[in-house]
Design a protein around this ligand. Structure first.
Ligand SMILES: [Zn+2]
Length: 483
């Protein structure tokens, strides 16, 4: 459908961003056309300023030829994985930063490696994305895929223009194992079953997050508490959660208001961003060697049309990580089920890498589709925690401390609603095209002295706004993440 995505190559410094906004008066069709043309001209002029060609499409990412001396296609236990991550961060200090978001029940570090041209510092205006794997300890393929992806990124940066573009414009955080304790008691060659699925206290980590639809009484575990704190500190715009036991990209919502009565006839539970989630899921599935064929893993398991499914339509669950990411933080997360066998023999790992390599890269690149920009006051000071919403899509998101925002959207015409304490709410029309993200800066005017009538109107509008619950307060300041 939107397969012809051409990626921007160069980053734009803030001062040189093409800004294409218009106040929310009633727009007539001719005015809209003028607006659309103006946007295109604006973007074109930005491209022309950057002679290295925003409008030239990049080649496909190259095939990765693994270096057996660095990382073989075998499973790595926690110590070996730790050694690999440490060695990689030592060998590629300009492209990687290694940090731990906490420890598992049994004290194993929950390692995250950032891979980016700016591993230690946030790049103003550029998004952060993440992969989290091995949430279920016995689903081991994703864990090894992450190690190979890390190595692929660092070894391809200087030779592959696509990877260079991706790392120059994105900070990619990779958590290869959220459940190292479960992995430690899992058995290679075991395709099904639950041994190693849970953490060391017997909790299913993908049922352990706060839930929007149902009360979740499960006690927070060290592993999920670490994730909650992590994503409260770094704003992620796009995320993939890797699992095994099926071959499908499954998107929110995982839960539904009425699942209790639908245990044998699951129905879809769709988000207001269903078009985006379907697109992201299709991006993964269609770049995968087999997933989009939608062939069932076994005769007794379901087959998925085009290799994608809504989570609740497959089976509803409470306390999943992807709904939490999306509803609490506006992060688009998709669950990627990458192997029919949960823990296949090591000699099959190369095949899994070959099948998933392109998907893993292309999925992350989708963060550069849609709209991005800054919210500032009239003096240009960034406004933190401004509440944003794409009109008609009732799940909101917020600006960062630098006033930045990102939202993945398909080509079309949209309205951005912006609310910030002490400022007059604004609606801004904008257009999204296929070839590059729309850059949109929004200036807010102080509400002081605003007419009482408008204030009243403002109050009534504001109450219907973001249904995003307030993010939970961080429980500790001890961990400092590279931001
Ligand atoms: Zn799983």
């Amino acid at each position: 459908m939107f397969s012809g995505l051409e990626f921007p190559k160069a980053s734009l410094r803030e001062s040189e961003r093409g800004v294409c906004e218009m106040t929310s008066q009633k727009i007539t069709l001719p005015a809209l056309l003028v607006l659309l043309c103006a946007c295109m001209v604006e973007n074109l002029s930005v491209e022309e300023n950057y002679g290295n060609g925003l409008n030239v499409s990049l080649p496909e990412p190259r095939a990765y030829i693994p270096d057996a001396h660095l990382l073989d296609f075998v499973y790595h236990n926690h110590e070996e994985m730790t050694r690999f991550l440490r060695a990689t961060s030592a060998r590629y200090p300009n492209l990687t930063a290694l940090y731990s978001i906490g420890k598992s029940v049994q004290g194993r570090d929950l390692w995250v490696i950032v891979v980016s041209a700016s591993p230690y510092e946030h790049m103003l205006g550029k998004p952060d994305v993440k992969y989290v794997a091995n949430i279920h300890g016995n689903e081991a393929v994703g864990r090894e895929l992450m190690l190979h992806l890390i190595q692929y990124f660092v070894t391809s940066y200087t030779t592959d223009p696509y990877i260079k573009w991706l790392l120059d414009n994105t900070r990619i955080h990779i958590l290869p194992s959220l459940n190292p304790d479960g992995y430690a008691v899992s058995k290679e060659g075991t395709c099904d079953g639950g041994q190693g699925r849970y953490n060391a206290r017997g909790f299913d980590l993908n049922r352990n997050f706060p839930d929007y639809f149902k009360q979740n009484n499960k006690r927070g575990q060290p592993e999920t508490d670490a994730v909650k704190e992590w994503i409260s500190k770094i704003q992620f715009s796009l995320s993939g959660s890797l699992h095994g036991g099926a071959l499908v990209a499954s998107y929110p919502y995982d839960n539904t208001p009425n699942s209790m009565f639908q245990s044998y006839a699951s129905s879809p539970s769709l988000t207001p961003d269903d078009d985006i989630f379907r697109h992201l899921s299709l991006t993964y599935a269609s770049n995968h060697a087999k997933m989009s064929r939608g062939v069932a893993c076994k005769t007794s398991s379901p087959s998925f049309e085009n290799g994608i499914t809504n989570g609740a339509a497959w089976y509803p669950l409470t306390g999943g990580m992807q709904d939490y990411n999306y509803i609490w933080y506006g992060c688009m997360e998709v669950t990627l089920e990458v192997s029919c066998c949960k823990y296949p023999p090591a000699h099959e790992l190369r095949k899994y890498w070959d099948d998933n390599q392109l998907s893993l890269v292309k999925f992350l690149a989708e963060v550069h589709r849609g709209v991005q920009g800054f919210v500032t006051d009239s003096s240009g000071t960034p406004i933190e925690k401004a509440s944003l919403k794409i009109k008609g899509r009732d799940v909101g998101f917020q600006t960062t401390r630098y006033g930045e925002f990102w939202r993945i959207l398909l080509p079309g015409v949209y309205k951005l609603e912006v609310y910030a304490d002490g400022f007059i709410p604004r609606e801004v029309d904008f257009m999204v095209v296929d070839q590059h993200p729309t850059l949109l800066n929004v200036t807010m005017q102080p509400a002081k002295g605003y007419h009482m009538y408008n204030l009243l109107k403002l109050t009534t509008t504001t109450t219907s706004i973001p249904r995003t619950p307030s993010p939970p307060k961080a429980t500790s300041d001890l961990i400092s993440f590279p931001e």
